[in-house]
Design a protein around this ligand. Structure first.
Ligand code: ZN
Ligand code: ZN
Length: 405
């Protein structure tokens, strides 16, 4: 693959010569890390005195992956970690489409068993024939990225409504199957670890005590938070109102584990139930299990509204993460910074392309699902030779699915 690596490096270097990378802020206080072909981090503890210095390095050395610390340090290149002098740290939440079970994975992902050689479509963990952990070939598409994007909008809503965090927010495409949400506001940066955990617990609905936020038994009915409540109390109540108003009886029955006929009878009093909710009271459920009934619905709402944020990576104060604007060496896409206005319409397969249109290159493609890139659609390929536009070639070669012909 030396030829392929040289090819990618040459193109990446051309990109860095034409595009000045404007991120990260406060570069002189961050630790940088770089990676080689197929390995995201092979070297850490690098530092740069300025963005000029950093860009010069990208043009000359052109690593395949470039990450920087979320933390700011007084001595970012010092080792070990404790010697760096931690000053303060951004919070970065990552949303990865690989972790979301979308139907499109059945189309573009495939697996193979290393033991019995069975293979199939989709992203599964264990071989359907012999139970051995399988090797999955993961791809991503507009659809799975769309799911990850939804989480970004939900996080924005959480932060604005519940914490009034609006400054210092920056979003970027990860360069592969996800998005990164950077929080760099003054208030955020000064948060101690305990407060960061509390914030994460809140966003992920962890350790939520329904009794403590106002769901308390009161005779035959159940008290609930008033419409003026905030935070999770408000989220749950709006979810419950929505279920009562719009969900069919069989859905309610399935969520709460009651008979459809009982749910139907219950929903006949919809108006009175909704009036009760406005007054902070949850209507008694006829078969006496009022508390279980409503708490099951409330838990369903929490599951739906909580955010899937990876605990480990978001809590790591010394973590390094892709520098926005740089190229992801596993796709050739730009880890593009996106404004809120752009995010809704953002499509990585047209908006994160790094290379000029027009040039084509011949490649031998081992295996690739159908994918859209630019305004064209390619594949599926299996042991095929084709002449493709440069952006598509870089994508396939970087994903190690093709070789130069
Ligand atoms: Zn097997
Ligand atoms: Zn997909």
């Amino acid at each position: 693959m030396q030829l392929e690596q040289d090819f990618l490096k040459k193109n990446f270097s051309d990109f860095y010569k034409k595009n000045f990378i404007e991120d990260p802020p406060e570069p002189e206080q961050r630790e940088f890390g770089i990676g080689e072909f197929g390995r995201k981090i092979t070297q850490r503890h690098l530092s740069f005195s300025s963005l000029q210095d950093f860009n010069y390095f990208l043009q000359k050395e052109t690593p395949f992956f470039v990450s920087c610390s979320t933390a700011l340090y007084s001595q970012p290149a010092a080792r070990p970690m404790q010697a760096k002098g931690f000053l303060q740290g951004d919070i970065v939440y990552e949303f990865d489409a690989d972790d979301i079970k979308t139907p499109c994975k059945q189309v573009h992902d495939s697996w193979k068993c290393p033991r019995c050689n069975a293979e199939g479509k989709g992203a599964i963990e264990l071989c359907t024939e012999c139970g051995t952990p399988v090797k999955v070939e993961q791809w991503f598409c507009e659809e799975c990225l769309g799911e990850a994007k939804k989480q970004i909008f939900e996080l924005k809503e959480f932060l604005e409504n519940d914490f009034a965090f609006t400054e210092g927010i920056s979003i970027n495409f990860s360069g592969s199957a996800g998005f990164h949400f950077h929080l760099r506001g003054k208030g955020i940066r000064q948060l101690k670890q305990a407060a960061r955990i509390e914030l994460l617990d809140f966003l992920t609905g962890a350790n939520l005590d329904l009794g403590a936020i106002g769901f308390v038994e009161n005779g035959k009915s159940l008290d609930c938070p008033k419409p003026s409540a905030l935070g999770w109390a408000q989220k749950i109540m709006s979810g419950l109102r929505d279920l009562v108003e719009n969900a069919p009886s069989d859905k309610i029955a399935a969520i709460a584990g009651v008979r459809d006929s009982n749910a139907k009878k219950f929903l006949e009093k919809k108006q009175r139930i909704l009036e009760g909710i406005e007054k902070g009271m949850l209507f008694p459920f006829p078969t006496k299990k009022t508390r279980e009934f409503w708490l099951a619905l409330a838990k369903f709402v929490v599951e739906k509204k909580k955010l899937d944020i990876d605990r480990q990576t978001s809590m790591d104060l010394n973590k390094i993460i892709r520098v926005p604007g740089t190229i992801h060496g596993g796709t050739g896409f730009i880890a593009k910074k996106i404004s809120w206005e752009e995010l809704k319409k953002f499509n990585a397969f047209t908006d994160a392309l790094a290379f000029p249109q027009g040039k084509t290159v011949r490649v031998l493609i081992d295996k690739a699902p159908k994918f859209n890139l630019g305004s064209e659609s390619f594949g599926p390929f299996q042991n095929s030779e084709a002449e493709l536009p440069l952006n598509a070639v870089v994508f396939l070669v970087a994903k190690q699915a093709a070789k130069l012909a």
